[in-house]
Design a protein around this ligand. Structure first.
Ligand code: ZN
Length: 193
C-alpha cells in the first residue's frame, strides 16, 4: 500500500500483524481492522471524500444519486461517501437466514444511479449481494468502491470498481501455513480484544 493509507492504518492500530483466521478459513499474517481507522470521524470523513472523488472520476459524466452499503462493515465509510456526494445513504443487512436484505423502510427510486461501498473488498461477495438487491429494484448500479481492495484488483463484482489502495492478501491454507508450523495458533481477528 502507498504510504499515506498504510501509515493511517498503522498509526490507528488498524493494520494488525500476527496469525489470523480469515472468514474464508485461510490463515494470514496480517489483517485490516478498518473500524479502528473509522472510529476517528476526521479520518472517516477524509477517506469518504477521497473515495467519493474516485467514484465521480470513474462514473463521469453520470451523476451518482444514491450510495448503498452492506452493514456492518460498509456503514461508516458508505455514510461518509454519501456525505461527500450529498446524496442519500441506505444500507442492507443480513436477516435471520443469512440473506442480505434491504429493510428499515428504505425506498429505492427506479432508475436511480447508485454506487455500492464496502470498507475492504476481499472477494467482493457482499458488494455483489448489494448490487443484486439494487438491480432487482431497477436501480442502475454505476460502480462499486472500497477503501482497500485486498484482491489485487481481481475481485469481479460486475461493475467498475474504485479503491483508495490495492494490495494482495497473503493467505495460507491451514494445512500448509508456515505460522502454524512454527507452533502458533491462528486467532479470529478481533477476538483477542
Ligand atoms: Zn496458520
Amino acid at each position: 500500500m502507498p504510504q499515506a493509507i498504510l501509515s493511517l492504518f498503522e498509526s490507528t492500530g488498524a493494520y494488525l500483524t500476527g496469525h489470523f483466521r480469515l472468514t474464508s478459513g485461510l490463515h494470514s499474517p496480517e489483517y485490516l481492522q478498518s473500524a479502528l481507522v473509522l472510529q476517528h470521524p476526521r479520518y472517516a470523513e477524509q477517506l469518504g471524500a477521497s473515495l467519493a472523488a474516485a467514484l465521480v472520476a470513474l462514473t463521469a459524466p453520470a451523476r451518482i444519486g444514491l450510495v448503498a452499503a452492506p452493514a456492518l462493515g460498509g456503514l461508516i465509510i458508505g455514510h461518509e461517501v454519501a456525505r461527500a456526494l450529498d446524496v442519500p445513504f441506505v444500507f442492507t443487512e443480513r436477516g435471520a437466514t443469512g440473506d442480505m436484505l434491504l429493510r428499515r423502510g428504505f425506498q429505492i427510486e427506479a432508475g436511480i444511479n447508485a454506487v455500492v461501498i464496502e470498507d475492504v473488498v476481499t472477494t467482493g461477495g457482499s458488494t455483489r449481494e448489494v448490487i443484486a438487491i439494487l438491480k432487482n429494484l431497477d436501480a442502475h448500479v454505476l460502480a462499486a468502491g472500497s477503501i482497500i481492495d485486498r484482491s489485487d484488483g481481481q475481485a469481479d463484482v460486475g461493475v467498475p470498481r474504485a479503491a483508495l489502495e490495492t494490495m494482495r492478501v497473503i493467505s495460507y491454507d491451514p494445512s500448509n501455513c508456515p505460522l502454524c508450523r512454527e507452533g502458533s495458533t491462528a486467532v479470529k481477528p478481533g477476538s483477542r480484544n
